[in-house]
Design a protein around this ligand. Structure first.
Ligand code: PMP
Length: 351
């Protein structure tokens, strides 16, 4: 199905003449830069920060493009993937009029971003197997529905969503389907980035915050058809990713092998922790996980949560989330941390 994101964007965005920064107008090499009102005397820290960074982060995009097998024009880089989520609302949804579909239990920012942008939310719960309820999603679509958010692997349930279901929805829907793959590096499943050439209405989000261990750098990515990415670039702040963040990502590539080994260890620890948790009598279910956390159903989540806090261990209590009653979400730590967690849990209810 042909999808023209330009026609689908908000009226004001279609008309928007985007801000043109100094470094946007001149991207070549010069000897003297007197175009951007920077401080030519220097930077008070070692890294050269008196100059504005590349607004389109081309060096970083080339690295990512090479590793993901896409074109740099199919990549948006943001201040975390949270920036990409917010931009999607601002690009496509008329406040007070348009709708999006989300599938709870899922990542909380889709709703927060919708609320901030005054966009209506249609919630279509996942099935009890934490998969998409495809017929209900298709029924929930109205002429005002602009986007459908799918998180795979899903936070907080941890499972990957069936690829065929996602593609079926992308093929049946006239709007934008967002697949948030923040946790994809921990999954044995394949990314949907491979499909952006087949579905012009598909946006795939990934991040450096999880597997890459760079949550503090705040760098996220959106992958999509060139036209879709062009809209992100039109709306984003001129210098949305700092020089520090761009340098950090480039430097991180030198340690790619270490990152890969961490991922492997996290996946191993996930299995060990799941097995050990299954042996505890107050643990009812450890749900299968494709992510760097486990969703664990216990007899009394609140009691376990408070007990762990007293032990100075903090996990996430998800018991007030639909389909996650009495569930805790536990991030996979180092072997030492996981060992301490298990030791504490073994003493739960014993005194
Ligand atoms: N998507 C999901 C599913 C997440 O869990 C998170 C972080 N909790 C994000 C996106 C945001 O990540 P970032 O640090 O890239 O903004």
């Amino acid at each position: 199905m042909a999808f023209d994101p330009e026609k689908f964007a908000r009226q004001n965005i279609r008309r928007l003449v985007s801000y043109s920064s100094a470094r946007h107008e001149f991207a070549g090499d010069a000897e003297i830069y007197l175009d951007a009102n920077e401080n030519a005397f220097g930077s008070p820290v070692k890294t050269q920060l008196n100059r504005y960074p590349d607004p389109l982060q081309m060096a970083v995009k080339e690295k990512i493009a090479e590793s993901k097998g896409v074109d740099p024009a199919q990549i948006f880089i943001g201040n975390g993937s949270d920036e990409a989520i917010d931009l999607l609302f601002r690009i496509f949804c008329e406040p007070g009029r348009d709708e999006v579909i989300i599938c709870p239990p899922t990542y909380g920012m889709y709703k927060v971003a919708a609320d901030i942008n005054a966009v209506f939310i249609e919630q279509v719960s996942l099935t009890t197997a934490f998969q998409l309820d495809v017929p209900q999603i298709l029924r929930a679509i109205t002429p005002a529905t602009k986007m459908i958010f799918i998180c795979s692997p899903n936070n907080p349930t941890g499972n990957a969503i069936d690829r065929e279901d996602i593609l079926h929805i992308a093929g049946s829907f006239q709007g934008v389907v967002i697949v948030d793959e923040a946790y994809i590096d921990f999954s044995s499943g394949l990314s949907l980035i491979d499909e952006i050439g087949n579905f012009q209405n598909l946006a795939v989000l990934q991040t450096f915050s999880k597997a890459w261990g760079l949550a503090g750098a705040r760098v996220g990515m959106a992958f999509g058809d060139e036209q879709l990415i062009a809209l992100f670039n039109r709306v984003k702040a001129p210098y949305n990713v700092s020089q520090l963040a761009q340098d950090t990502i480039l430097a991180a590539w030198n340690n790619e092998a270490e990152v890969k080994s961490w991922i492997q260890r996290i996946v191993e620890q996930r299995q060990l922790l799941a097995d050990a948790l299954n042996g505890l009598e107050f643990v009812q279910t450890v749900y299968p996980s494709d992510a760097n956390f486990l969703l664990v159903k216990v007899v009394n989540a609140e009691a376990v949560y408070s007990f762990l806090l007293k032990e100075k261990i903090v996990v996430r209590d998800r018991s007030n989330v639909r389909l996650c009653e009495d569930c805790l979400r536990i991030t996979i730590g180092t072997p030492e941390e996981n060992g301490r967690l298990l030791l504490s849990l073994k003493s739960f209810g014993k005194n």
